[in-house]
Write a protein that binds this ligand. Structure first.
Ligand SMILES: *Cc1c(COP(=O)(O)O)cnc(C)c1O
Length: 592
């Protein structure tokens, strides 16, 4: 043993000595200042590169190559062509259910009669209904269709639609409602007497407000460049908030279960960290982060922890009452400092209702904008808007009271039962489909195990059958979010049958070559072909969102008295783009 040890030791010494000599010879011609200068330069360069890599998530060789390719001669023209093709594809998608394709382009000279307006609004409304007749499993609508509830909501809206929540003394009832809603929510999440918060109009606003609060707190504590630490499964609202607030995002990788990798999160915490985020559950994968451990990290490093319970916030508190155990996620964990919850999701309030809650007023005050010296008076604004619609607050209040604790327990039971059933059915009946992670609540994201079954093509096939699903990229997958209306066995049975059929159909179509549809577009139920111009997609999409195209065949501008430029010609190929059911529902076209 000794002999081996000493000989290997000697070899090492020899090696070091040799290396030293070679280095001395190579650097011989350099002056000492040069050596110091070069060394420092290399160190600073490495530090700089590491920093860039930490914050620039899109930095990869592929992207760099892409950027270079774009500047090759002839590429620009080609890209323009791709852009036009993609724009056309999206526009066609958005307009495919519009039979008339006429648009109001001018304010009508005379106001229309109420009957006309209501009639037209009804016509606009059914466009999408016809398209996705089988079910909106994307979670695009989670509303409660209970007639009794709808009638009540109607009355509440009539009473409160001109109430403005920014005037608490003019509309004291509305102030009382908001205060009560916040109190009820704080109690639901086991907040103490100092818990507080506000009602907002969307999850994104709630998230943004939390980021504002923690950024302002960080500034107060003397941090110069606050960072938020979020996982790659976090909702996009955090990235939006960070961009708006000019704070840095440190993105933590996921574990193989699509949950945050807690040890990576620990490593990501720095002196500048102002907020940690846990998703309960994650919007895209429906998986739950380990909030217990994240809360402990928060306590250990003195960093506030925000729980994004936008989706699960009205399922989890009721699950234990129907024998679906969930881990504690709220203010019972002492590291958790704020919770965002969307009330227009599983609290079944009308769209445009969310809330942000804090453990302590200290955090809440950092969220609010105040100006004691404005000419208009001492100004205090807790949320982003100035004037705030009282109708939304009243409807939220009424919806919570309408359901009550037991109502939510019963509805939660139905949702979670259905989600588990669907998961089992998919796992048991379709071998080629794989569910991502461990979805615990109402979201199930699945992909294909079989290379011969491109999952987005399955999505298109399901669309064709009248199902509306979410398309996910990275990894390519489809996402289902179960709402009350579809939380029943027959619907899910039908869904799984169709999914099975689609898989078989695609598998049997061996001679068909499918386009590489790999770009998912949020909010649009399909994906589009990736020509390598995904950077351009946002611009294309923005143009399409506000498109009111003029039909090329109608060059003569006939301005009707109602302010609508008529374009009577039927869209070519329209019925083939629609599902069969949809065409029947829409009835004969006006030409016929
Ligand atoms: C819905 C949701 C949000 C908020 O999204 P909005 O588009 O603002 O409604 C945030 N996080 C999660 C997990 C969500 O499900």
């Amino acid at each position: 043993m000794d002999v081996v040890d000493s000989s290997s030791w000697r070899a090492l010494v020899h090696f070091v000595d040799e290396w030293r000599e070679i280095s001395n010879l190579t650097l011989d011609h350099l002056e000492p200042w040069q050596i110091v200068f070069y060394t420092l330069s290399v160190v600073f360069f490495i530090q700089w590169a590491r920093k860039i890599a930490k914050y620039e998530e899109n930095l990869s060789l592929m992207w760099l190559l892409n950027d270079i390719l774009i500047y090759l001669p002839g590429m620009q023209k080609k890209i323009e062509g791709f852009k036009e093709a993609s724009r056309k594809e999206i526009e066609e998608k958005l307009l495919r259910f519009d039979r008339k394709k006429e648009f109001y382009r001018f304010l009508p000279d005379r106001g229309l009669t109420t009957e006309e307006i209501v009639g037209e609004a009804a016509e606009y409304k059914i466009m999408g209904d016809a398209l996705f007749s089988r079910g909106l499993l994307s979670g695009a609508s989670l509303s409660d269709n209970d007639e009794n509830y709808q009638r009540m909501a109607q009355k509440i809206f009539d009473m409160y639609n001109s109430v403005n929540a920014i005037y608490p003394d003019v509309f004291p009832g509305c102030r009382k409602m908001e205060a009560e809603v916040i109190r009820m929510l704080a109690q639901l999440y086991h907040g103490g007497p100092k818990s507080c918060g506000s009602i907002t109009i969307s999850g994104t606003e709630s998230i943004l407000l939390a980021c504002i609060a923690y950024r302002n707190r960080a500034f107060k504590l003397g941090l110069r460049k606050p960072e938020i630490v979020i996982a790659k499964n976090a909702h996009i609202g955090f990235a939006k908030a960070a961009k708006l607030l000019d704070i840095r995002v440190v993105r933590v990788p996921l574990s193989k279960n699509f949950e945050v990798n807690v040890s990576a999160m620990k490593r990501a915490i720095s002196r500048e960290t102002c907020m940690l985020v846990a998703s309960m559950p994650s919007y895209v994968y429906g998986t739950m982060d380990n909030i217990d451990k994240i809360s402990q990290l928060g306590i250990r490093y003195g960093v506030p922890v925000h729980v994004d319970a936008c989706l699960g916030g009205f399922l989890m508190p009721f699950m234990e009452h129907c024998d679906f155990p969930v881990s504690e996620f709220d203010f019972r964990l002492s590291g958790v400092t704020s919770i965002s919850v969307d009330l227009d999701k599983y609290a079944y309030c009308p769209t445009g209702s969310s809330a942000i809650l804090y453990r302590d007023e200290e955090f809440f005050h950092f969220q609010c904008f105040t100006e004691p010296r404005w000419a208009g008076g001492v100004y205090v604004s807790p949320t982003l808007s100035g004037n705030r619609p009282g109708s939304m607050i009243a409807l939220t209040w009424a919806t919570l009271l309408f359901n009550g604790r037991l109502g939510y327990v019963e509805k939660t039971h139905r949702i979670i039962d259905a989600a588990r059933l669907l998961r089992e059915k998919i796992q048991d009946q379709i071998d080629d489909i794989e569910i991502l992670g461990e979805p615990a609540l109402s979201i199930i994201t699945f992909t294909s195990r079989n290379l011969k079954i491109p999952i987005h093509i399955i999505g298109d096939e399901m669309n064709e059958l009248g199902w509306n699903l979410c398309f996910v990229q990275n990894p390519l997958a489809l996402r289902v979010c179960i709402g009350l209306k579809y939380a029943c066995e027959e619907v899910l049975e039908e869904f799984v049958e169709d999914l099975k059929k689609c898989c078989e159909k695609v598998l049997n179509n061996t001679d068909l070559v499918y386009p590489a549809k790999t770009l998912a577009v949020y909010g649009i139920s399909s994906s589009i072909e990736d020509f390598g111009i995904s950077e351009e997609m946002p611009d294309i999409l923005l143009t399409s969102l506000y498109a009111t195209p003029v039909h090329p065949q109608r060059s003569t501008r006939t301005l009707s008295i109602e302010g609508r430029k008529m374009s009577l010609s039927q869209h070519i190929g329209f019925p083939s783009l629609l599902g069969r059911d949809a065409v029947q529902k829409l009835g004969p076209s006006p030409k016929e």
